[in-house]
Design a protein around this ligand. Structure first.
Ligand SMILES: *Cc1c(COP(=O)(O)O)cnc(C)c1O
Length: 383
């Protein structure tokens, strides 16, 4: 919301307030601003919330994905199946370890990989599948886990958008081998920048803790807490992917608001559904049979004969003061992946080319929602 346009409707704003400001201030005044006790508390609370044994806080979901793939010892010659229909960090993480991302197509209603789309691009070099819970719509992980077990592939979950989404009544991340999460302000809860890996495996958890901190066998916090000098050693080449205690302090408050945030997002999504029912030619994202989404992104897909093209629709919305966004990107069409082999990805390309994401944020009013829908209704009947 820029000062010049007070009634502009943003696509997303994080729900932050005095409590987060106070928590950040307390962290600063405590004198401990780098990774410390608040990070440890945030990790415990987050892991408990998603039903995982261990949480390892890091600097972003991108670094979380990188470390998850390092933990699996993936490298040159290995293939990792990913959706092209995702934020580009998903595919990039595979490149960071020197492995090859192999793009698979997605299901038309969820926008997610399925066992069938994975099977279509599987080769003898495939070592892992990196499934994305796109826009908060849970992927069918029960089916994918069973298929990956049959094929002897590791299943890593990019849950950047999916905190608060469920599969079979359980949180996304429950039972995951390795799941990666984001706390970027575009996601459902935020720490400014930040991420997390969750896992049930104690050995991976210990290694991930070392990897995020230069490969050190004793963390800075442990050394600080010890009354005797601790001589650390560096067991492998690691990274500095730490989260700060200031971020974790904010994260703890945000996590406490998660249920409220998800309930509000689901209520606003249901209201969009009702309002859009009499707008012809638009199909909105919805819950799959096996789970519930957090509606991190509320996207709509216009029919092929919708009277206005997607980019024109975005322009008309912008003119009316509505910040909508193009739908999820198709990574294989970006210059960074030019020349990278890819099987035909018709569903990915259709969703990416034609869909748009409508504004949805915790403090959104019914009046704002009505304004968004009114613009769409005028365009739908413009032809
Ligand atoms: C946002 C996002 C990421 C990257 O998250 P950061 O925390 O910004 O690094 C990765 N994957 C998906 C699917 C995302 O939506």
């Amino acid at each position: 919301m820029s000062a010049g346009q007070p009634d502009r409707i943003p696509v997303m704003i994080p729900w932050l307030g005095e409590e987060e400001a106070k928590a950040a201030s307390d962290a600063v005044l405590s004198g401990w601003v780098a990774q410390g006790p608040r990070v440890a508390a945030f990790e415990r609370a987050f892991a408990e919330r998603v039903g995982a044994e261990h949480g390892i806080a890091v600097s972003s979901c991108t670094t979380a994905l990188h470390l998850a793939l390092v933990a699996l010892d993936l490298g040159p010659g290995d293939e990792v199946i990913v959706p092209s229909l995702s934020f580009i960090a998903t595919a990039n993480a595979v490149r960071y370890v020197g492995a090859d991302p192999v793009f698979a197509d997605v299901d038309a209603t969820t926008g997610n990989l399925t066992a069938a789309t994975v099977d279509a691009v599987r080769t003898a070099r495939t070592k892992a599948v990196l499934v994305v819970h796109q826009g908060g719509v849970p992927a069918d992980v029960d089916a994918l886990r069973a298929a990956c077990a049959d094929w002897d592939l590791a299943l890593v979950e990019d849950a950047a958008c999916a905190i608060g989404s469920t599969v079979g009544g359980k949180s996304v991340g429950h039972g995951a081998l390795l799941a990666a999460w984001s706390f970027h302000p575009r996601k459902v809860i935020t720490t400014g920048e930040g991420g997390m890996v969750t896992t049930d495996d104690a050995e991976w958890a210990a290694r991930l803790r070392r990897l995020r901190e230069h490969g050190m066998n004793a963390s800075a916090a442990e050394r600080h807490a010890s009354s005797k000098p601790v001589l650390e050693s560096y067991l492998e080449v690691g990274y500095n992917y730490r989260m700060t205690d200031v971020q974790a302090a904010i994260g703890l408050v945000q996590l406490g608001k998660l249920d409220q945030i998800v309930a509000r997002r689901r209520a606003l999504a249901a209201r969009y559904d009702a309002l859009l029912r009499d707008v012809p030619g638009l199909t909105a994202v919805r819950d799959p049979e096996y789970g519930q989404g957090n509606f991190q992104s509320y996207w709509v897909l216009p029919d092929r004969d919708f009277p206005v093209g997607r980019d024109d629709l975005l322009a008309v919305l912008a003119e009316a003061g509505v910040s909508a966004r193009r739908g999820i990107m198709a990574s294989h069409l970006e210059p960074a992946y030019q020349g990278h082999p890819a099987a035909p990805l018709p569903v990915t390309e259709r969703i990416s080319r034609d869909s748009l994401i409508l504004p949805l944020f915790h403090t959104m009013t019914e009046d704002q929602q009505d304004r968004v829908v009114a613009v769409l209704r005028r365009q739908a009947t413009a032809g």
